[in-house]
Write a protein that binds this ligand. Structure first.
Ligand SMILES: Cc1cc2nc3c(=O)[nH]c(=O)nc-3n(C[C@H](O)[C@H](O)[C@H](O)COP(=O)(O)O)c2cc1C
Length: 186
């Protein structure tokens, strides 16, 4: 069985990000034969169609194209998706209708300070993905509320959340593998 490569994006660039820590925990819980790698997109400029395609954007798009699936962990900023993440997605979304996100199996998880765990950001992000023709993993959902209490020193320490994350990763990666197998079948 070949390795399933999942490219992971965190919606937060800060070093102590709980969303980045959530991706690290997901990577540790990944089943055998699955690799979940965090992609650092912090070097992307602001979107501007006047500029020639920057190298950082080409590399970002190529990394998405080369992956079997994408996993996004996002915080909620003012009831929506953080600007840095939306900017990165906007770059990757071109050319419209034929972008690297089209038909790319994608999962959305979230960690946020409020009790609802980024539910509004997740919903907005899922709508954005829908607009690019991106299939989005439906369930189980994973929302980590009061996230600041569930991580310590960059590690997920809440056992209930760890169990839910493990279920999510198992379901999501099985779904991506089945999409990858279907795509490879003539
Ligand atoms: C600009 C800004 C807006 C925020 N808005 C929300 C919000 O609408 N809902 C929420 O639950 N938390 C909100 N927060 C708190 C974040 O959920 C919290 O900072 C979270 O830990 C950020 O994720 P990170 O740990 O991955 O950086 C906001 C934080 C910032 C900096």
């Amino acid at each position: 069985m070949s390795t399933l490569n999942i490219l992971a994006l965190s919606g937060s660039l800060r070093t102590a990000s709980t969303n980045t820590a959530l991706i690290r925990a997901a990577s540790e819980l990944a089943p055998e034969g699955v690799s979940i790698q965090l992609y650092d997109y912090s070097g992307l400029p602001f979107y501007n169609s006047d500029v020639d395609l920057p190298e950082a954007v080409s590399e970002f798009k190529q990394a998405i194209a080369d992956s079997h699936g994408v996993l996004i962990a996002t915080p909620e900023y003012n009831y929506s998706v953080p600007g840095v993440l939306k900017n990165a997605i906007d770059w990757a979304s071109r050319p419209a209708y034929e972008s690297v996100f089209r038909d790319k199996p994608t999962g959305v998880i979230s960690a946020a300070a409020s009790f609802v765990g980024g539910a509004r950001a997740q919903q907005h992000l899922k709508t954005i993905l829908l607009g690019m023709g991106t299939p989005v993993f439906a369930w189980p959902e994973l929302l980590v509320g009061t996230a600041h209490k569930k991580f310590d020193g960059g590690k997920l320490v809440d056992e209930t959340t760890a169990g839910m994350l493990s279920d999510y990763v198992a379901g999501f990666t099985a779904w991506v593998r089945s999409a990858a197998t279907t795509a490879a079948t003539p």
